[in-house]
Write a new protein. Structure first.
Length: 456
């Protein structure tokens, strides 16, 4: 019996072909093993298969009798995000807030936060061919890593160097973007926004939604009965239609094309191109409508208000207050109320104290324990109230004195017309416009409100 041995090209499989000298000839296991040994086959010999061939030989057809051990290739390296988008169930929690759900899918990171780890590639494990020789594995590849904006590598960890939005691009670039850009409207598809950097919205902010950012906020469309807040920067919005419940607030400046029935607060200036209608506007420095009108509502500014027209020929109630920073004005109101309350409480407690002292005189200088305790409490409370009253009066007078100095530079300018129905307050003085005043400047001088002419 002739035994032919053949091996696959990858040396991972060995075959024998039995060619008999005469029909019905058999072969032993030792003959087959000897043929394999002579061919150098040493690994992965299938003895069960050989035993089958000795019992039921198959002639002239190659039979698999040895199999190598294939190598295990190494795994490619990976970039694994440490901070991930929560699962749907985690987003829901136990309460569904459709306005907040989309925002939870944004991955926000803070400066110094670990955002991803680099998992290195593995080498894999060697295999063996049928000759017993090692077969090298294919090692894994290093992960594709492109450090983008505001990301640094420390060992096998990526760290954010600014607050922002974690973005992983198709080419593997990892960014921490300081600006969140919304290509359309802020609505149920985007959700409320609370972002540690700046925000740019290409569309509108739909009713009842909130856009809040640490940096600047730019709304290319209209803020409709919504809340837009910049904690440290400016808010720029094409327009705002508040419907009596919208709020635009910035630590620095608010800029808009128009404002309608909305509340606006700016630490510095409010600058509007066309109109402010029926709105409540507060600015630490000034409010200016560069090419239009102010009609209806209440406008409060620390130094000045400027518009082409203020009020309307229909006599719409419009109140303009300048000469006191809005925050200072509020503080003065609080102090004034507290001073009145303290004075009233002092009067009442002084009366109680006098009654207790009279009772002590009638009792030979003694009081029952409960009355004595009351006397001590009333006395201490009076001391505290007088100290508080003294502090508040000093602060009130200092603020008023400072405000009056600032009021001397405050003014209201109507470049074209100042209409009847406008109520003007400068410092603690009031003036009611009763007739049309063209090209007017209203200012504070010698403790009075005065009117002058405006020239370009």
């Amino acid at each position: 019996m002739k035994v032919e041995v053949s091996v696959s090209k990858d040396r991972m499989s060995a075959y024998i072909t039995l060619i008999p000298d005469e029909e019905g000839e058999t072969i032993s296991q030792s003959d087959i093993l000897k043929a394999l040994d002579n061919a150098g086959i040493k690994y992965g010999i299938l003895k069960d298969k050989i035993d089958q061939l000795t019992v039921n030989p198959i002639y002239r057809v190659p039979q698999l009798v040895a199999v190598g051990k294939p190598p295990v290739d190494g795994k490619d390296g990976e970039i694994e995000l440490i901070k991930k988008v929560p699962e749907y169930e985690e987003i829901l929690g136990g309460k569904v807030d459709l306005k907040s759900m989309p925002s939870k899918k944004r991955i926000l990171v803070k400066r110094g936060e670990r955002i991803a780890r680099i998992i290195p590639p593995t080498k894999g494990h060697e295999g063996k061919d049928v000759f017993g020789l090692p077969v090298k594995p294919k090692p894994g590849k290093d992960p594709q890593l492109n450090l983008g904006k505001n990301v640094k590598r420390e060992g096998d960890v990526l760290i954010a160097i600014q607050d922002g939005l974690l973005v992983v691009k198709d080419d593997g670039t990892i960014d921490v973007d300081e600006t969140l850009t919304v290509s359309g409207n802020v609505d149920y598809s985007v959700g409320n926004i609370d972002f540690p950097g700046s925000v740019e919205v290409k569309g509108d902010v739909r009713p009842d939604f909130v856009v809040k950012a640490k940096g600047n906020v730019v709304i290319k469309g209209v803020a409709e009965a919504s809340t837009v807040v910049s904690l440290n920067g400016d808010v720029e919005v094409h327009g705002a239609k508040g419907r009596g419940k919208g709020l635009i607030k910035a630590r620095k400046n608010v800029k808009a094309y128009f404002l309608e029935n909305v509340e606006v607060e700016a630490g510095l200036d409010v600058i509007v191109d066309r109109s402010i209608e029926n709105s409540k506007v507060k600015a630490g420095r000034s409010v200016e409508v560069t090419r239009g009108i102010i009609v209806g509502g209440v406008i409060t500014a620390g130094y000045g208000v400027v518009a082409n027209e203020i009020g309307s020929n229909l006599g719409v109630s419009t109140r303009i207050e300048v000469g006191v920073d809005p925050l200072v004005r509020e503080r003065l109101k609080v102090l004034e109320a507290q001073i009145k309350l303290d004075e009233e409480n002092i009067r009442k407690l002084t009366k109680v104290l006098m009654e207790l002292r009279k009772l002590m005189e009638r009792s030979g200088g003694k009081l029952p324990p409960d009355k004595l305790e009351m006397l001590m409490k009333v006395s201490q409370t009076l001391i505290n109230l007088r100290e508080s009253l003294d502090r508040n009066r000093k602060e009130y007078e200092a603020l008023k004195e400072d405000s009056e100095k600032k009021a001397k530079g405050a003014q209201i300018i109507a470049k074209s017309v100042l209409y009847p129905g406008v109520e003007i307050s400068i410092f603690d003085r009031k003036f009611y416009v009763e007739r049309i005043l063209k090209k007017a400047i209203v200012f504070y001088q010698d403790g009075e409100i005065k009117i002058g002419g405006y020239r370009e």
